[in-house]
Ligand binder design. Sequence first.
Ligand SMILES: Cc1cc2nc3c(=O)[nH]c(=O)nc-3n(C[C@H](O)[C@H](O)[C@H](O)COP(=O)(O)O)c2cc1C
Length: 434
Amino acid sequence: MPAPRALTEDEIGDIVARFAATAELVELAGFDGVQIHAAHGYLISQFLSPLSNLRTDRWGGDIENRARILFDIIAAIRTAVRPAFGVGVKINSADFQRGGFTEHESRAVITRLAEAGVDLIEISGGSYESPAMMGRPVASNSSSQREAYFLDYTRTVRDLVGDIPLAVTGGFRTRTGMSEALASDTCDVVGVGRPAAIAPQLAQSLLDDSTDTLERRAVKLPVPRRLAHVSTVKSLEGLLDLQWHTDQLHELGAGRTPDVSRPTWRTLATIVQRNGLGALKPTQRRVTASSSKRGARKFAVERLVGKYIANPTVLALNRIGLSTSYATDLSTTGRRSGTERVVPVAASFDQTGAWIISQHGLKAGWARNISADPRVRIRQGQRWRSGIAEFRPEDDVSTRAAGFATSRLAAPLIVSGFRALQTDPISVRITFTE
Ligand SMILES: Cc1cc2nc3c(=O)[nH]c(=O)nc-3n(C[C@H](O)[C@H](O)[C@H](O)COP(=O)(O)O)c2cc1C
């Protein structure tokens, strides 16, 4: 994803008007209401969060200013639709990020939502960067609290909302848990996401008592356990979990039954095929100060992404014959071990040699091997070619990357892939020696 930029005043006004126009259309189409999504890191939630909202005008700063767009949208919708048309809001309990939207701020916004007379408030939490909505541990003796992620918080807003119905989504897996949450008057509506993607009839089967526990598939990345709590891994797992269930919705949409045995690598391949390798990259933040520590961290994170996610994904795509004919193997000599080291690289071949790009400049292990010994071998199709590698810092890496595409369709995938994974890219020319 490109680095975000601030909207202009006109653009904000236009977005508010579009929300109202959409609600009007939805009403015309026969629906009874709309829900404004102010959670999960989407636009309104970005306005609410001090981590992403760095504005110094009337749309940024204190929580009143950060929430302005939400209340302008509600007001604009109300004037566009009939009075009985429902307007709900989905809001985060918190962002679950240091320096983000807090529970305290969330309560302040919810109090104002109640004053504004919205028709439903749904509580969730997190974003794609910190996907609390896709799962977070809750320790409790009660079933409902053990399984549902945001009940504790919801209890703290019950008295603030008067008789406006409260919905909670995230984690509910048993009839007992759902019944407890409703019976304790913590919430009025229970939302269920992932289980419904593999069992679309589950609401009915809960109501007619034929189901007690919902089926759930844990979608995990194939990474070592010690990395399971690294925030990048957690956010990629959230993305993968979401995509795996989206794949199931596509199955249902195509009139087929959900495929619960769908392997994780196939979902990873789908993410890259649809969005480019950039989808696997941590979100870019506007950088306010540079530091070598941050650069080192970026390098470490992106090397992990490359090693455990991007490279296996490229190989998986290759296995199923998807547009990555630019992916090949490079063999260098280990500068310490003296043994052969083979790494997957993207290459573009010509008569006398090949171009490759070292995404991490001279820091990549194989680039350091080349500095120590420039004799390399590179696989061209089925054939291994010997050559001498040299760094070409004067070469324009972006133009070079675009030239790697074997088809016009593959070009954006390749360019975004390079952009996603590079920290300090440098072109490398390999000249064949035979
Ligand atoms: C395939 C998929 C699509 C989703 N789409 C939305 C969405 O459009 N809006 C939204 O607020 N949440 C969306 N979510 C998040 C769910 O509403 C819910 O917060 C999350 O799945 C946790 O609930 P669960 O534990 O019952 O799955 C989606 C989740 C999945 C798995």
